[in-house]
Write a new protein. Sequence first.
Length: 306
Amino acid sequence: MHLKTLFVSILLTVPVQAATLSMEECLPLLKAAELDPTPATYDQCGFNDPNQALVEWPPILEQNKLAHALYESCIRHPKNPQSSQYCKLAAKLGDGPAVAWAGDLYYKKDQIPKAMSYYNYALQRGGLTVEQEGQIITKLGMLYAHPNSVYYNATEAIPLLQKAALKRSAMANNIMGYFTFAGLYGIQKDDKAAFAYFWRAVLLGCPAAQENIGLFHMAVEQKELDMQTTLDLMSQRAFTCEASKEAQVELENLVVDLYHLSFTPQECADINYYAERLVDTNLPFTGKKECAFSKDMQEINQLLNK
């Protein structure tokens, strides 16, 4: 190959780094990004640089009321002591994700009335991803749904959890799976619908739902567990997505092996069927890389088609 041709070839294969734009160039782009946040805009405008994001930009952003840009400054540098003040300012300016961030802050501090107020305001403000909406609605639903909550109100809880389940909330799908399997709170008992909810939860990354699927099969198909025992075990896994630490549960005359899914690449390909059929969105799944049931797919298809 000619030396000049080789040199040009090397230049063409070297990745091109996006240049950081000037503040004058960025300001109109950031204003546009307030309505349609684009990560690339914040990348090009130096928001990955703590000095620019936390020192140089904030006075300009505050003056121009660029709330989401302030929020980007905050979440991109969470360990910096200055970050939280920009999230708070973004929330004060009404940025939806920042308002949700403030709600989480009060939620962790157990200041629930304030958290609920911020969550509802965040939903009104908008600008949230489907997942963020689902998480917020799930938290509101759980406050009403959990029997130990002082806000317990099943009439309020069920519509919220049903809505959150459609907004890609793994937790909401797991809870609705249990409620539907048990026939609680006025929901008609429906094994097939419960199975679909649990599967959605698995696809969206909820290990506890894997255990609930195992309990489902032990009760419905294998008849190894009676219904009350199954519901008692499921209730322990309804309001969490964390996998149990123990591998077995000892009952009076029975040792139950907690069921966890095992996956192969072929099964992950097969599970696209479930993605299309059971999850109400075409967006990617957090659990898709480990997304197949270890039993025979034909058996599951038969169950779904009953």
